[in-house]
Design a protein around this ligand. Sequence first.
Ligand code: C2E
Ligand code: MG
Ligand code: MG
Ligand code: MG
Length: 283
Amino acid sequence: AAKAAGKDCVSQYDPAFRTRQTERIRIVERLRHALNAGELTVHFQPIVELDTGTTVAVEALARWLPPGEPPIGPDRFIPAAEDSGLIIALGEWVLRRACADAAPWHRANGVTLTVNVSPRQLADDEFTTKVRAALTDSGLPPTALTLEITEGILVSAGHHSAQALAHLQTLRADGIRIAVDDFGTGYSSLAYLRVLPIDTLKIDRSLMPADEHDIRQLALVRAVIDLARSLDLTTVAEGIETAVQGELLHRIGCDRGQGYHYARPMPAAELAAFTASTVLGAA
Ligand code: C2E
Ligand code: MG
Ligand code: MG
Ligand code: MG
């Protein structure tokens, strides 16, 4: 009995768990400081129209560049920001920065902007006001902005889910577009398509077929595209890493592609040069 109790104690004070918690708290403290110190930036990844290969949109992706250290990716700091609520300030900062950068690109050649939004932001009373202010202050028209939400948004928003839905409906009435991000990774995906006011499905890269011999994966992604088309949604395939994948997705009717095959996320200054050579309407 003493032995069993001893075992319980060990698992309760699992050192790996405590290390993770400590790391997360430390990241939040550093992140709060980084946000004020200007160590955050936004990179942009082109989204390409598969019919023409031209860049029609760009996705804003947060980056943390601590001075003298390697960049810290969003997979490490976004979850910590979500847990702590810091995502509300961080998300607003990303949105304002991205709208300001994208407004001249949109004026020059019609490129639109997509920005990731976390469930915590949609539970914020002020979310609609903040989005409208970012648009007004940057001059980006509402129709040039897409908000990317994840399938779990209503679950994660918990008792705020009515609030989340109200924000989305108001913003969509303004002309803003809504995309479901990472489609195919969550559960009850189909129920969300019924409830959410959406325009675009972004198919998660975990569904990307390796090539034309990847029969099961191909059948899955084709089914998602057919479903989206019958609901009049625009489809974007995430994680296109090879020319073969791009051609495959195009052939089965996917509208747009995003991935390292076309371009990696890049700083605003590089993006401007990249789109100048690949956008619709460029000479
Ligand atoms: P996401 O929104 O699904 O963004 C796409 C991610 O896939 C990006 O990772 C991008 O760099 C990566 N990616 C693009 N093409 C390829 C490819 O061909 N192959 C592979 N393996 N990966 C590719 P990143 O920038 O590390 O962002 C990870 C996630 O962090 C994002 O996934 C998004 O969920 C979240 N995130 C990033 N920025 C923000 C933000 O400002 N706010 C919120 N709430 N979340 C953000
Ligand atoms: Mg996204
Ligand atoms: Mg995604
Ligand atoms: Mg993804």
